[in-house]
Design a protein around this ligand. Structure first.
Ligand SMILES: [Zn+2]
Length: 267
C-alpha cells in the first residue's frame, strides 16, 4: 500500500506534468472501485477547466481546478496512473481514461479496486502530518498521555497523525529505540521526543528519496511509487539487526498489522 512518501512522489510528478493542462474527456471503463467512479456527466464540472496544481494531503492526491473543484484520488492498495502520448494502454485493470488538452492520456489502473476517484467541492479537514511545521512534540505527548493503545497503533491512527503507515511507523519506533507494543501512555518525555524526531527523520528521508527518483523525466506509471528506500526492520524478520548485530529482527502482530523490531535495541 503506498504510504505518504510514495503518494507524495506521485503527486509531485502529476503536478509537474499536468499543471496548466486540462481534461477534455472523461471515460470510465470499469466504475467499480471502493466508491463508484463519477460518470461522464458528473465529471462535466471539471472538464475543460485548467488544472491549477496537483498536491498531496495525508495519503490522498488532489487535482485542483480553477473552478474550485477537486479531483480526489486515493490509491487504495494497488492504484496507479499511467501518462502516455496516445490512448493505446491495455484495458486490463484500467478503470478510467482521461484525455488531456495537450494530446496526452492519463489512465487510472487498480487491480484490487480499493482506490477512490471522486470529485469534491472542498478539501477534507487537515490532520497534522509528520513534518516539522505541522506536528509538535507537545501534540504527540498529549496524544500519548490519552492513549492506552500500543504506541505503533496510536501513531498510525490517521485521525491523530495523517500519513504515517505501517512501514514508516515501524522504522520510526526502531530508530527511537521503543518497542512497538508499549502502551502509548507509558512513554517517558524523553522517549516521546525521540519518537517525534525519528518519525520526522524517517518520513523526510523517504520523501527526499522519492522526489530524487523522479529525476530527470517525471515518468508517471506503476513504478512511480516504487522507489528504493532503506529500511532497518521492515520485512527483515530473521535477519541480524543492522544496528546491534547481536539479535535477529522479530515479527509480531499489533492491531492486525505485521510489526518488526529488535528486542535488544528497542525497550
Ligand atoms: Zn538491534
Amino acid at each position: 500500500m503506498p504510504e505518504l512518501p510514495e503518494v507524495n512522489t506521485l503527486a509531485r510528478a502529476l503536478d509537474h506534468q499536468l499543471k496548466g493542462d486540462s481534461i477534455i474527456s472523461w471515460q470510465p471503463l470499469a466504475p467499480k472501485l471502493r466508491k463508484p467512479l463519477p460518470d461522464t456527466q458528473s465529471a462535466e464540472v471539471i472538464l475543460e477547466q485548467t488544472i491549477r496544481r496537483v498536491f498531496r494531503q495525508a495519503k490522498s492526491i488532489f487535482f485542483e481546478f480553477a473552478t474550485g473543484h477537486y479531483l480526489h484520488v486515493h490509491l487504495g492498495m494497488t492504484g496507479y496512473f499511467r501518462l502516455t502520448n496516445d490512448n493505446s494502454d491495455p484495458d486490463k485493470h484500467r478503470h478510467l481514461v482521461i484525455e488531456l488538452l495537450s494530446g496526452r492520456t492519463l489512465s487510472y489502473f487498480d487491480p484490487r479496486k480499493f482506490g477512490v476517484v471522486e470529485i469534491l467541492h472542498r478539501l477534507p479537514d487537515k490532520v497534522p502530518e509528520p513534518f516539522k511545521d505541522d506536528l509538535s512534540i507537545e501534540y504527540i505527548r498529549l496524544a500519548c498521555q490519552k492513549s492506552r493503545r500500543a504506541i505503533k497503533t496510536m501513531i498510525m491512527d490517521q485521525s491523530i497523525i495523517a500519513g504515517l503507515g505501517n512501514i514508516y511507523a515501524g522504522e520510526a519506533l526502531f530508530k527511537a529505540g521503543i518497542m512497538p507494543d508499549r502502551p502509548a501512555s507509558e512513554l517517558s518525555k524523553a522517549e516521546v521526543t525521540r519518537l517525534y524526531n525519528a518519525m520526522l527523520e524517517v518520513i523526510d528521508s523517504a520523501v527526499t528519496a522519492g522526489l530524487k527518483s523522479l529525476l530527470p523525466n517525471f515518468y508517471i506509471d506503476e513504478e512511480t511509487t516504487h522507489f528504493e528506500i532503506d529500511t532497518s526492520v521492515y520485512q527483515k524478520a530473521g535477519l541480524l539487526c543492522c544496528q546491534c548485530r547481536k539479535q535477529s529482527i522479530e515479527k509480531i502482530d499489533i492491531g492486525g498489522r505485521s510489526s518488526f523490531y529488535c528486542r535488544n535495541c528497542q525497550k
